[in-house]
Design a protein around this ligand. Structure first.
Ligand code: PMP
Length: 417
């Protein structure tokens, strides 16, 4: 009898039989508040009726058009619909399946478009597990150890992590930008540098929002040196941070935007967007894949965009995120094991530290496990594994936020005991 590989590491022991809105149900019909949303994917909730209907209809019409062979309408319609929500000028789209694949596509595009090789990334970032994306990933050595040599041509600059440095955000930002200038002067010449690849909020790296001025500083340097600013919105896109795109919290426009996760409510779909003039510097056939832009995934994405618009989910993420943030700060005030609470919109986290301010992964893990025991599903993140994050579906209600906070408070009390 075949068994699942032990390579799979699961955050909870739950066997999910079905999902509805913000809830998952196990085989005994025990209900869990799902504040993981499938790692920030099911923003419209589990099995939103409009997404289900769109997917069911498409399954019965055309499942696999295969976009390098034939074109199909869901892909054309989705392209048009994304045009309404993408930043002005990013009017050319290419579709793939996963965040990692879209990151790979962005690397290819940046190298093709600039004729330069190097990619500068920011320490603590996560961009995926495929070999190119892994080379860009510094969210923890667990994503890199033992698989090298990784793709060359990657330089790592600091990300302004004010809590870890013990500095204020302005000071951390000044430091990070000064170090970037130093990197460009010493290690990765602008003449060789194709792109900066950055997350608007470090995701797997610990839910650390880019402080004011950081993305603007990257934009200014990108313009000065002809370097592309590639923004990885895989986790921050589609309303997650209380703006449609995470980078909208800053006054900086990307040259290339990478999206996935929240795009299709759980169907595998990702996209890169860039100005047509930039895409034209690649060439037809230089990107692709068997399953990219799958028709059912595109139909689900179209319905997802409609739900986000019709249910005003971006504003909801902003409003409910503020409530979640306030509640998390109250829990932290009662429990000194939590050293920092941060995040934007419905992308919030609590960082566990020892009395000496060192990362405390053991207490974070106990809190995450205790929460699951209380019926609240959560994930950890951060390079040291000491951050517990909350990423509920954007359709979450105020009472559900309050329920989650009550369960969280109990879980932290259990963990700290
Ligand atoms: N970029 C970011 C910012 C992510 O958060 C992730 C996934 N956590 C990825 C890329 C990779 O996406 P995928 O797992 O779909 O390959």
């Amino acid at each position: 009898m075949a068994k699942l590989s032990p390579l799979l590491k699961q955050a909870t022991p739950v066997l999910a039989e079905r999902g509805e809105g913000v809830y998952l149900y196990d085989a005994d019909d025990r209900r869990y508040l799902d504040f993981t949303a499938g790692i920030g994917v099911t923003s419209t909730g589990h099995c939103h009726p409009r997404v289900v209907e769109a997917a069911q209809k498409q399954v019965a019409t055309l499942v696999h058009g295969q976009y390098t062979t034939v074109m199909h309408r869901p892909l054309l319609r989705l392209t048009e619909a994304l045009g309404e929500v993408l930043p002005a000028g990013l009017d050319s789209l290419f579709f793939l399946n996963s965040g990692s694949e879209a990151v790979e596509a962005a690397i290819r595009l940046a190298r093709h478009a600039t004729g330069r090789q190097n990619i500068v990334v920011f320490q603590g970032s996560f961009h995926g597990r495929t070999m190119g994306a892994a080379a860009l990933t510094t969210a923890g050595t667990k994503f890199r150890a033992g698989i090298g040599p990784l793709m060359p041509g990657v330089a790592v600059a600091p990300f302004p992590q004010s809590y870890r440095y013990g500095w204020d955000e302005a000071e951390a930002t000044r430091f990070a930008l000064r170090e970037l200038d130093y990197l460009l002067a010493t290690a990765s010449s602008p003449r060789d540098t194709a792109a900066f690849v950055v997350e608007p909020v470090l995701g797997e790296g610990g839910y650390i929002p880019a402080p004011p001025g950081f993305l603007e500083g990257l934009r200014e340097r990108a313009d000065r040196h002809g370097i592309l600013l590639v923004v990885d919105e895989v986790q921050t896109g589609f309303g997650r941070t209380g703006r449609f795109w995470g980078h909208e919290h800053a006054g900086a426009r990307p040259d290339v935007l990478i999206s996935a996760k929240g795009l299709a409510s759980g169907f595998p779909l990702s996209a890169i967007a860039a100005p047509a003039a930039l895409m034209e510097r690649g060439w037809p056939g230089s990107q692709g894949g068997t399953y990219g832009g799958n028709a059912v995934a595109c139909a689900a994405a179209l319905a997802t965009l409609e739900v986000i618009r019709d249910e005003d989910l971006v504003a909801a993420a902003d409003r409910l995120g503020a409530r979640l943030g306030d509640g998390l700060r109250k829990v932290a005030a009662d429990h000194p094991v939590i050293g920092d609470v941060r995040g934007l919109g419905l992308m919030r986290a609590s960082e566990f530290t020892t009395p000496g301010g060192e990362p405390d992964a053991a207490t974070a893990a106990r809190a995450q496990q205790a929460a699951a025991g209380h019926g609240l599903l959560l994930l950890t993140c951060g390079a040291f594994g000491n951050v517990v994050r909350m990423i509920p579906p954007l359709v979450v209600s105020e009472p559900q936020i309050d329920d989650a906070l009550a369960l969280w408070s109990a879980a932290v009390a259990d963990a700290a005991a």
